[in-house]
Design a protein around this ligand. Sequence first.
Ligand code: ADP
Length: 607
Amino acid sequence: MRPRKLVWQLYIIFILTMLVPAAMLAWYTTVSFRDFFLDNTVDGLTEQAHQIGSHMEGYIGNSDRQVIDSLCKVLAKGVPTRFTVIALDGTVLGDSERDPASMENHRNRMEIIAAFSGKTGISERFSHTLGQTMIYVAVPIYHNGTRSGIIRTSLSTAFIQRELTRMYRHIALGLFMLLLIAALVSYVVSRSISQPINIIKIGAQRFSSGDFSTKLPPAGCEEIDQLSAVLNEMAMHLRTSINGITEQRNRLSSVLSSMAEGVIAVDTEHRIIAINNAAVQLFGLKEVPGIGTWIGEVLRYTKINDYISDISDSGRERSGETIVVGDESDADTTERLLQLHGNALCDGEGKTIGVLVVINDVTRLKRLETMRSDFVANVSHELRTPLTSVKGFVETLLSGALEDKEESRRFLHIIARQVDRLSTIVEDLLALSRIEEEAQSHTPDFVVTSIADILDNVQQTCSAKAEAKKIVIERQCPDDLRASLEPALIEEALINLCDNAINYSPDNATVQLAVSADHQSNELTFQVTDHGPGIAAKYHERIFERFYRVDKARSRKLGGTGLGLSIVKHIAMVHGGSVSVRSAPGSGSTFIITIPLQRDNSKEVVE
Ligand code: ADP
């Protein structure tokens, strides 16, 4: 049932409190008044009967019927009472309203029977003679000490009823007036009680919605004022506590969001309590998951979910675990290596309330480690292969092959080729370290140079190799394009890219060498495009590492050292630019070098 408003509850109580006693009083008054009225009527009728009796006493003894009847009719004139005189045998001797001869014997009437026994008889009943309800009072009459007859007085109850109805009407009017006054007074009183409570209710609602700006006003009632004061104080404490908690939360969230490490906290049911932006980025999530989301829905890696379950079950710290993230079904997607450090989250009493996982991206670190170990292994390998070969042929020569001139010449050619290879590797390594040094010392010698001139030199250098494979080098470059750069280095980078493009292109193919300038973004772009085998996306970053080769055997056969692209990358870096590759297996490759077009401190080239 819907609870009723306090004002109406009080209203009903007040009205009932006033009306019920008033109604009871009215009922009691009407009953008492009716009894009093009837008693009074009976007394009056008795009195009248005695008075008539004293008048009739002599006539009754003589049974002078005519005189008695006439006296009855005379005495009843102008009064509502009916008089009847009855002989001791029950015969009616006189009646104020009817002819006694036509009236039957009254011996058996209740009031007459009582009067015969010497008492005053009283009866209320319907009179068939008069056709209405009457009150009868009968008294015995004595003449010379002996009972001589009965005098009966009677009155119609209609008269009494009229009087009573008049009185009921007054009482009903009084009750109605009382109801109106009670309704008004009750409403005023109920409102005066419920109004301050209403004000408190509105204030409490405002507090609960977080608005502590207004205080509850005093209502002028001691208890309510005390309640308002307590609520105001409570609101003040709440505001202080909420401000404190908000400040703490903001501080915590700014610490979390400024952390480079990813942080995820979950409760015992593995629902997220907190997650920072770094974690969202590390797991490559499209949006920040909502608090309360189940972690399994957000991170679909069985390993991390098992990891969290294990810590939550054992309550023990676990660190050093790594997981690989990225779409494993797609080989081209770059995978990331994440290191996890997890611990149980405990409340103030040491009870486990969840798990905290801190995530570090160790992809770069791992890659650097791999690069370093690869580099050492690669250098040793690259140098050992030609050295072993040289050593082998020298030993063969010393052990007698020198005698055979033809064989000696062939061996010496092989030795010379291997020495050339060794020197190419050493030259490339030296070039690389020189460029690296230059990049670190920030002393490059930029001059404003004609790009077309650089491209001429590149084409000339590569022409022999291109012609051997019947490859055409197409060139696209504005004739008057000039840019601020170190021409020898850019030339070397482009030769390396063209050399690769020719090496990896099939015979009769074309290699495009395109240069474009964007003056708005101050960018100069070199693009070398071939129609060779292409490179899978997962190798795009690694091919710029020293000695990294996708197909080792093919690269070596083509005379490559695995250092070419690394040199290109460093040359781009010396120029404050970058190198990238756009390629896919089977669709050729485009290598792109982007460097600034103009510089403030560059010299004009002296032609
Ligand atoms: P290399 O001396 O072996 O060419 P680079 O550093 O120039 O060494 O290149 C590294 C690796 O990149 C090569 O071994 C080859 O696998 C790949 N590569 C470079 N250029 C191309 C190209 N144009 N087409 C296909 N693969 C290429």
